[in-house]
Every structure is written in C-alpha cells, then in structure tokens.
Design a protein around this ligand. Structure first.
Ligand code: B12
Ligand code: SF4
Ligand code: SF4
Length: 322
C-alpha cells in the first residue's frame, strides 16, 4: 500500500469507528508551539500541574514519545450535548464529564484504529494517546488539518466547533500527511475572552491555567483563592463558558452520537450537601469510571463548599447552558 492509500484507509477506519474527523501529520517538533509552551511554563501558568514541567521535553518534540514513530493519525470525537444545567441543590458539571470517562472510551476506539491501520499495511505497530500522554495534541491536530487555535486556545474545527476530544495514534508506518490548518477564523471576534468569569486569558490564545475554573475545580489540590472562588458561580467541575460563547459552537455544535458520553438524569447526581459529607468509599462508588474521579473526594467536597457559599451569597451563577 502507498502512503496515500494507507492514509485513506486510516481515515475510513476512523469514520467507521465513530470519529467525526481524522487527519495525518508527521511527528517533527514545531518551534512555534515549543516556544509557546516554554513561555507558558516560564510564567508559571501551569500552576500545580507538575506533569506539564516533567513532560515538557516530549511536548516540545513528540519524536521523544516514541523514536520509531513516523506518522501521527489524529482524530476528533464530538462530546457536545444540550445541557439544561444542574438540578436543584446540585452544581454544574462541564459537558465533557457528564457521561463515561472519555479517556477510557477513546482509548479503546484508538486502539482499534491502530490495529486497523497495521492490518491494512500488513505490518507495523502503533501507540495511542488521549490527554494524559505527553503529546502536544492541539498542535498535532492543527498540523493534521483539523482546525485552528481559537482565542480561547481551543482547537476549533470549521464544521464541528470545539466540543471535541482529540485522540492520537502514533505509528511507525509512513502515511501521507495532510496540509496544516493555517487560517485564523476568529477574525475580530473576542466573545470568549469577554465571557470568561475569571479573566483567565492574559492575551488571546494564552490561558493562565491558575485562573481557569477547569484547573481550579479539577487539577488544583490547594484551597481555591478567595478572589477566584467568588467567581466560580455554580461550577462544581470544569467549565464550558468560553466554548458556549463561541459562534462556531452556536452554529455547528451537534448532539454527540456516542451513547457513553450521555449524561445521567440531573436528579441522579449527588447534591452539594451530600458531596460535602461524602466518604472516600462513597466517592469511589458514585464516580468510578467518570472524569469526576480526578479531583478526588476532598477536591469535590472543596468545590461543593464553594458553590454552596456562592449560592448562599447570591453570587452570579455561570451563564445558563443550552
Ligand atoms: C493542561 C491541560 C489543561 C489545562 C490548561 C489548558 C490550556 N489551555 O493550556 C486546564 C486544566 C486549564 C485545561 C482545561 C480544559 N481542557 Co485541557 N488539556 C490540557 C492538556 C493535558 C495539555 C495542554 C497544554 O499543553 N497546554 C499548554 C499550552 C501552552 O498548550 P496548548 O493549549 O495545547 O496549545 C497551545 C500552544 O501550542 C499555543 N501555540 C502554538 N503555537 C503558537 C503560536 C503563538 C504565536 C501563540 C500565541 C500560541 C501558540 O496555542 C495552542 C492552543 O492554544 C491537553 C492534552 C494534551 N496532551 O495536549 C488537554 C486538552 C487541551 N484539554 C481539553 C479540554 C476538553 C479541556 C476543557 C474544555 C475541559 C473543561 N470543559 O473544563 C478545558 C478548556 C479550557 C481552555 N479554554 O483551554 C482538550 C481540548 C480539545 C480541543 N478541542 O481543543 C485536550 C486536547 C484533551 C483532549 N485530548 O481532548 N486543560
Ligand atoms: S474554561 Fe471557563 S474559566 Fe477556563 S478559560 Fe474558559 S471560560 Fe475561563
Ligand atoms: S469566541 Fe470568537 S474569538 Fe473566541 S474562539 Fe470563538 S471565534 Fe475565536
């Protein structure tokens, strides 16, 4: 099979597995993206995410992840769903975390994709990555022609919007690369920058994670600074505000076709009061297999306490999602 035929076979397999978009790129380092990462780290915008420092050399140069790798097959998976917001007494959970943990869902689908590529070539190997690995996933997706970096730093696909997970299959096979996405389709818009409740963007396309509700409610282990806690509103876990504000999502976001990403009924989530009192064991029972395992029992109790305080003081809640 030629490199072009193998790329076509990979894209057909990705479609058959339910991925909405697929592109191919090489694994070379990109000086602009490496420079942007270095500047971000130098300003301490990673906060307590020490893994971002530890993994920096591989993020700068993806070849270090697996020196035999020759191509990266990058896929997008839509996780958008209409969301009426939390039920009475509950906190708001970002859409990506409403159903099963996407790391598990994507991992098995990416493994199947890698196997199909190797089978089509009649040999070779593959390795799969989603979020937790040290790859610069947005940059690989942009280079594979799948979209541009919005001013909110999200990878936006021109016909799907940004409510997308990115997955990567590295392979030691050579596949024909797509043209990188070079256009900036944000134009003069700045709705995401204006909408962010915590003013987390020092400049367009740079996110100070230490101010981002997603970081504060998921990644940070320390107590939340009071100035930021008062701005979190009703967000219990993660944040979609800068994506909800984006016209590309208003226009293109469609319901996910992945049943495993679907939310359980709003009334079945534990209440904020229950979360404050929840034991480690109960936390494990309720949240096993979901992204809400990540902050741990203590992290969710911290978040629930903050949301309760914001509600008590009548502090503005996050804009109603739809
Ligand atoms: C650390 C991390 C976070 C941190 C920091 C986010 C950030 N913007 O840096 C926190 C915890 C805040 C976070 C939040 C979220 N995350 Co996150 N996160 C990651 C992770 C693990 C690394 C990202 C990273 O390297 N950041 C460092 C910065 C410097 O790099 P970057 O954002 O990837 O890429 C930027 C630079 O390369 C820069 N750049 C490149 N060249 C140039 C040139 C110039 C001139 C400039 C100015 C910049 C520039 O622009 C790129 C895009 O902004 C990736 C998975 C992965 N392995 O890549 C997921 C990932 C980015 N997250 C993801 C998601 C879904 C989210 C949330 C939506 C979850 C939620 N609903 O709460 C939010 C979105 C917040 C936001 N607006 O970004 C998805 C994004 C998918 C997409 N369509 O873009 C990813 C790819 C995971 C996945 N596999 O799907 N996340
Ligand atoms: S996810 Fe929320 S807090 Fe983070 S940058 Fe976007 S709007 Fe701001
Ligand atoms: S809201 Fe506007 S500026 Fe922000 S990412 Fe979307 S198009 Fe770009």
């Amino acid at each position: 099979m030629s490199a072009g035929e193998l790329a076509a076979a990979a894209k057909a397999a990705a479609r058959a597995l339910g991925f909405e978009a697929c592109g191919v790129t090489d694994v070379r380092s990109s000086p602009e993206a490496a420079g942007a990462l270095d500047a971000w780290l130098a300003h301490g915008m990673q906060g307590e995410m020490r893994y971002m420092e530890r993994q920096a050399s591989t993020r700068r140069d993806p070849r270090r992840a697996w020196p035999q790798a020759r191509s990266a097959v990058v896929v997008l998976h839509n996780h958008y769903q209409r969301d009426a917001g939390p039920a009475e007494g509950r906190g708001r959970v970002a859409r990506y975390a409403l159903g099963a943990d996407y790391h598990d869902v994507m991992h098995s689908q990416l493994t199947a994709l890698g196997e199909r590529i190797v089978a089509a070539a009649g040999g070779g190997s593959s390795r799969v990555y989603v979020d937790a690995g040290p790859l610069p996933e947005r940059e690989l997706a942009r280079r594979a022609g799948l979209g541009w970096f919005g001013k909110n730093t999200m990878l936006i696909h021109p016909r799907l919007g940004s409510f997308l997970f990115i997955g990567v299959v590295l392979t030691d096979l050579a596949l024909a690369s797509d043209d990188p996405f070079e256009a900036d389709r944000c134009g003069a818009c700045h709705r995401c920058l204006d909408a962010c409740p915590t003013a987390a963007f020092p400049t367009p396309r740079v996110l100070d994670a230490t101010r981002c509700i997603s970081y504060l409610t998921i990644e940070a282990r320390s107590p939340m600074p009071a100035e930021l806690a008062s701005k979190v509103g009703d967000s219990l876990f993660g944040c979609d505000v800068c994506q909800d504000a984006c016209p590309w999502n208003v226009r293109f976001a469609k319901e996910t076709s992945e049943p495993l990403y679907r939310a359980k009924p709003p009334g079945e989530w534990p209440t904020l009061e229950e979360l404050v009192r929840m034991s480690e064991r109960e936390h494990e029972e309720v949240f096993e297999g979901t992204a809400l395992e990540r902050p741990g029992c203590a992290g969710l109790a911290r978040n629930a306490t903050i949301v309760l305080e914001n509600q008590r003081r009548g502090r503005p809640v996050s804009p109603a999602a739809s």
